[in-house]
Design a protein around this ligand. Structure first.
Ligand code: ADP
Ligand code: MG
Length: 260
């Protein structure tokens, strides 16, 4: 792994003066008659790693998608690093670029090389020079252990390798927040850890992260906080130790009983 000497400013514990990275206030969201996010209020300080748990259909993906406005909300407010997330326009594009997102399906561009996948958005959206974008992409690919694959195409890589490229591609936009929506759910079991290891190292470096996952090992190792959702609402919001050893709600006890 390469150390980058320039971007170590966000050391955990030194960020107390900055505004919370994510603020959600009384957020409501419906799909037709389905009330999919119920009065969600949430503050995530810089550097915090939040694991979001909950049964299928509880609104976890929708929560992630509203944070970078892939889904509009009905009412309430979302602030990213102190700025209100607007409905549309230039400011939305700028704020959205601050929020990286990694999905279950890797969504790499099939007809572009690994290197081009990582340099595309920084050159097109961030207007970086090709040389700068390439230099940064190579650092990031090295960091996720894929540098030697840079000239290959996505289909030539394993699922775990593709997901690590997807993480490098998100990081190339220099996001302030990383959202992960079940990033290892589509992987063969032997590839899960190579992706989780990259996420754990990001967490240790102080990245603000919101991670939807069923990987309890990751939650125990890397999470500062666990949010448990059911039926579109946040039912528990606590530290991992308390959540796993003494969940307060019947819903959480039931959920843990099924997955542990
Ligand atoms: P989770 O990620 O926790 O499984 P989701 O956020 O994907 O839950 O979905 C929450 C609920 O919203 C589910 O009942 C799902 O079927 C519904 N839903 C999600 N996306 C849409 C959509 N685009 N249109 C209609 N219903 C949706
Ligand atoms: Mg989901």
């Amino acid at each position: 792994m390469t150390e980058s000497p320039t971007d170590d400013a966000a050391t955990p514990g030194t960020t107390t003066a900055s505004p919370p990275m994510i603020v959600m206030k009384d957020v409501q969201k419906h799909f037709g008659s389905l009330h999919v996010l119920r009065d969600i209020s949430l503050e995530v300080p810089a550097g915090q790693v939040v694991v979001v748990l909950g049964p299928s259909g509880s609104g976890k993906s929708t929560l992630c998608r509203t944070i970078n406005r892939l889904e509009p909300i009905d009412s309430g407010e979302i602030h990213i690093a102190g700025s209100l997330l607007p409905e549309e326009g230039k400011d939305l594009a700028r704020l959205r670029a601050d929020v990286g997102m990694v999905f279950q399906s890797f969504n790499l561009f099939a007809h572009k090389t690994i290197l081009d996948n990582v340099t595309l958005a920084p050159t097109k959206v961030r207007k970086k020079s090709k040389a700068d974008a390439t230099k940064r992409a190579l650092e990031l690919l090295d960091r996720v252990g894929i540098a030697s694959q840079k000239d290959k195409y996505p289909a030539q890589l394993s699922g775990g390798q593709q997901q690590r490229v997807a993480i490098a591609r998100s990081l190339a936009m220099e996001p302030k927040i990383m959202l992960f929506d079940e990033p290892t759910s589509a992987l063969d079991p032997e590839m899960v850890n190579e992706v989780l290891d990259v996420m754990v190292s990001l967490a240790k470096e102080g990245m603000t992260m919101l991670v939807v996952t069923h990987e309890m090992g990751f939650a125990r190792k890397a999470a500062d906080r666990v949010i448990f959702m059911a039926d579109g609402a946040i039912v528990e919001d606590t530290d991992p130790e308390s959540f796993f050893s003494s969940p307060k709600s019947e819903r959480a006890r039931d959920f843990l009983g099924k997955i542990l």
